[in-house]
Write a protein that binds this ligand. Structure first.
Ligand code: MG
Ligand code: ZN
Length: 238
């Protein structure tokens, strides 16, 4: 686990790295998303479904953040898109400087969409601006509907919440209206979509959402939220 009493100069460097990444994306017309969730919510399954549909029609790259190993990157290798594995070892989140290193190894001039799959964790990934244009967070109905209440920073900084595993809803006590209301209370601008990566239900809307934003990024009309306000939990005196 990382030290929550991180020194301020380090955080300033981290924020600057996120801003620099965003500038690189903008200069190259790359739409980048930061995909976040708890472990096991279906981030890699969502990526499989997404690459299946979009890899034939646009240039995509993936950065896979994992504490260790390359199991998720291996699952994605069959889609013919470059997958960059980042192992964070003892850290439970991706840092924008790690993203910058991965960007150095990519040809951004030949890229439409970059998906950054963050480490499975609902806490500190939300505190680090990687330079993404949008944050997509995945909440599966098997995790319980109290997550927005318990992890407010994640839900208040997300742009889109995908409610996954809706095919299993019948087997849970998950209250979609309650979870959505709490999330919207934290973040009135939050988009919410219901999906099942297993059955494919709801994925058309997600694919259209992505294509719309990739298109707007190319034409320079996608408005970006500022995520660079997120270190307060690490630095309470700030
Ligand atoms: Mg994964
Ligand atoms: Zn962390």
């Amino acid at each position: 686990m990382h030290d929550v009493r991180v020194e301020k100069p380090l955080l300033e460097k981290t924020d600057a790295a996120g801003k620099a990444n965003r500038e690189r994306f903008e200069q190259n017309g790359v739409y980048a998303i930061n995909l976040m969730s708890a472990p096991g919510s279906g981030k890699t399954s969502l990526l499989e479904r997404t690459l299946e549909r979009l890899a034939p029609e646009m240039k995509i790259a993936v950065i896979e953040g994992d504490i260790q190993g390359s199991a998720d990157a291996d699952r994605l290798s069959k889609f013919g898109v470059p997958v960059f594995q980042l192992n964070t070892h003892d850290a439970c989140h991706l840092d924008p400087r790690q993203i910058a290193n991965a960007l150095d190894r990519m040809d951004l001039t030949d890229l439409d969409l970059l998906v950054i799959e963050n480490v499975g964790n609902l806490v500190c990934p939300a505190e680090f601006d990687l330079g993404e244009q949008d944050r997509v967070m995945l909440l599966s109905v098997t995790e319980g509907d109290d997550k927005p209440e318990k992890y407010p920073l994640m839900f208040s900084t997300a742009d889109l919440m995908l409610l996954n595993k809706t095919d299993l809803l019948f087997a849970t006590n998950f209250d979609i209206e309650k979870a959505s209301d709490v999330a919207k209370g934290l973040n009135p601008d939050l988009d919410i979509q219901q999906i099942s990566c297993r059955t494919g239900d709801g994925l058309d809307l997600w694919i259209d959402w992505l294509k719309d934003r990739v298109g707007k990024t190319k034409s320079g009309t996608h408005k970006i939220n500022n995520h660079a306000h997120s270190h307060h939990d690490h630095n309470p005196k700030d």
